[in-house]
Design a binder for this molecule. Structure first.
Ligand code: AKG
Ligand code: FE2
Length: 210
């Protein structure tokens, strides 16, 4: 995180957790106002090209997914390549908002949890081409976001609600995993946007006719 990112975060009253071993996490429950979060959620539910895709073992992932990003950026995740669609205006705006706190992003993976039965299992976003700062913005239903240390098994839980921002940085992906567990509570839809920097850009050559 750059110096100005750090200053902005402190000024806005973020909680900054030092995770040890060079890892850190920022937590701001009400980063977006309710009105901003309402508007973004409505637009994203309507405009994103949501799809349920197969995961690593071929069964469908328990949530809907789509990704947006700079031209030519694609990201390998669960053994598949996710080519980014061109940025939606709404996501561009939210990217700038999150970048004003920390990080610099060229890619956004969007997850849509339709009910409490949709979830994300324990994992780390530790691919070699991934930038170490990941900005994660939540909209809609309140869910739990858990982190767990790989060796000590220490676990922490963060409530992520409508407009909550979490930024993960430093060595966090190396030493910690995170997840969004299923819940039996009846909960509405939740959209989560993870802004990332994919460093190795795979560009597809397009033959121009003529
Ligand atoms: O939905 C969330 O809060 C987490 C999403 C996540 O971890 C991911 O997309 O890698
Ligand atoms: Fe993740």
């Amino acid at each position: 995180m750059g110096l100005y990112g750090e200053v902005a975060a402190v000024a806005a009253g973020f909680q900054r957790l030092d995770l040890g071993e060079g890892g850190w996490l920022l937590y701001e429950p009400a980063f977006l106002s309710v009105a901003e979060a309402d508007g973004s959620l409505r637009v994203l539910l309507e405009r994103c090209e949501w799809a349920q895709l197969p995961g690593i073992f071929g069964h469908l992932q328990p949530r809907l997914i789509v990704s947006y990003g700079d031209a030519g950026v694609s990201y390998r995740y669960s053994g598949r390549d996710y080519g980014a669609l061109p940025w939606l205006e709404e996501l561009q705006w939210l990217r700038w908002r999150v970048q004003s706190v920390a990080g610099h992003y060229n890619y956004c993976l969007c997850n849509r949890y339709r009910t409490g039965q949709d979830s994300m299992g324990w994992h780390a976003d530790d691919e070699p081409e991934m930038g170490e700062v990941i900005g994660s913005l939540s909209l809609g239903a309140e869910r739990k976001f858990r982190i767990r240390h790989n060796e000590t098994r220490q676990t922490r839980t963060f409530v992520v609600g409508h407009g909550t921002l979490i930024v993960m940085g430093g060595t966090m992906q190396r030493y910690w995993q995170h997840c969004v567990p299923k819940t039996k509570r009846v909960v509405g839809e939740r959209v989560n946007l993870t802004f990332r920097e994919v460093r190795e850009i795979s560009r597809v050559l397009v033959c121009q006719p003529g």
